[in-house]
Design a protein around this ligand. Structure first.
Ligand SMILES: [Zn+2]
Length: 106
């Protein structure tokens, strides 16, 4: 497994959780007509959306140096992959297409 594959796997899970939270929030807002008590069912979806976005930005880290790589890999591509133009970690310079085991710190 390469570093890119590991980061994409984590990013994909984060994006799925984020979008499910957003879908939950939007669906319950629409179904409840923004009125209580069903309005309160929508809020956990917003919390999940917020937490997922937070994870994608600040807790997606380089497997080698633990640098916060989320913002770098987040913007210029679709939510479920990393652009092929991003080839190196901006913090430690490791190639994202190198094997994970070769970079593991023991
Ligand atoms: Zn790094």
């Amino acid at each position: 497994m390469t570093l890119r594959e590991l980061i994409v796997k984590r990013k994909r899970m984060g994006a799925i959780v984020t979008y499910l939270g957003l879908a939950w929030f939007v669906a319950w807002m629409a179904l409840s007509g923004a009125r209580p008590p069903w309005l309160f069912v929508a809020f956990p979806g917003f919390a999940v959306f917020f937490a997922g976005t937070w994870y994608l930005l600040f807790f997606l880290r380089c497997p080698r140096c633990r640098g916060r790589i989320g913002y770098t890999v987040g913007y210029p591509s679709n939510p479920f992959s990393i652009s092929r133009k991003i080839r190196f970690c901006p913090f430690c310079g490791v190639a994202l297409d190198s094997e994970l085991e070769a970079n593991r710190v023991v």
